[in-house]
Design a protein around this ligand. Structure first.
Ligand code: HEC
Length: 194
């Protein structure tokens, strides 16, 4: 009985301590101030285990649907590239100020370390408290599968091939990052400025 009471008091003190710590504002939440090593390791474990467990029952298929892959390319170039880069394209300036930093998609490390199911889950749901957005709310399942298939391939694309596809995309009037038959969202249409 004494032992249970002791544990309860310790937990209560720890809880109040944590509340006081948060309320005091001592903690520096700046993106320019990296986590301590131990916090970083804890966050990585939290993220990796969560992704692994939540993506466990996702099935994946290889996409050889040319139309889907073309659409995925537009999506990748218009969105993912800005943070993760692409062959011959550096991430945008703002992405260099994100913490945690978006990993490169051209080095091949992400594709080696994560399964397709995990990448699908990440792209679908995003990752809390990082700059990684959830694309599930704005993209269909097949668009997401296309994106995953393309992400797996990105490290094998040569800069020439990638550039050629960007040129093809712009010459076909693509690049507007449309979603099938949806009308363009406000602001995506070209407007004349006088
Ligand atoms: C606004 C910036 C931003 C955009 C846009 C973005 N990401 Fe991310 N992404 C991140 C950040 C930041 C992380 C790192 C999160 C972390 O370290 O936990 C990340 C992580 C990931 C990961 C996990 C990487 C790993 O370490 O295993 C994958 C996969 C991924 N993004 C794919 C994509 C794809 C595909 C797109 C486009 C549909 C995309 N991201 C768009 C910022 C972005």
């Amino acid at each position: 009985m004494k032992c249970v009471l002791g544990i309860a008091i310790t937990l209560a003190v720890l809880g109040v301590g944590a509340l006081l710590f948060a309320w005091s504002g001592i903690y520096n939440i700046a993106a320019t101030k990296p986590h301590w090593g131990i916090t970083h390791s804890f966050m990585e474990m939290l993220r990796d285990r969560s992704i692994s467990v939540h993506s466990d029952d996702i099935g994946t298929t290889d996409s050889d649907d040319a139309k889907l892959m073309e659409a995925a390319f537009i999506h990748y170039h218009e969105m993912c590239r800005l943070c993760h880069g692409a062959p011959d394209y550096q991430p945008e300036e703002f992405a260099k100020g994100l913490y945690p930093p978006p990993p490169s998609m051209i080095s091949g490390h992400v594709q080696e370390e994560r399964s397709q199911a995990e990448i699908y889950w990440i792209v679908n749901h995003g990752i809390k408290m990082t700059g990684m957005p959830a694309f599930g709310p704005t993209h269909s399942d097949s668009e997401l599968y296309g994106l995953v298939a393309l992400t797996m391939e990105i490290p094998q694309r040569s800069p020439e091939e990638y550039r050629r596809q960007v040129q093809k995309m712009s010459s076909e009037g693509g690049g507007g990052h449309g979603h099938g038959s949806e009308p363009p969202a406000h602001g995506e249409t070209e407007q004349e400025h006088h």
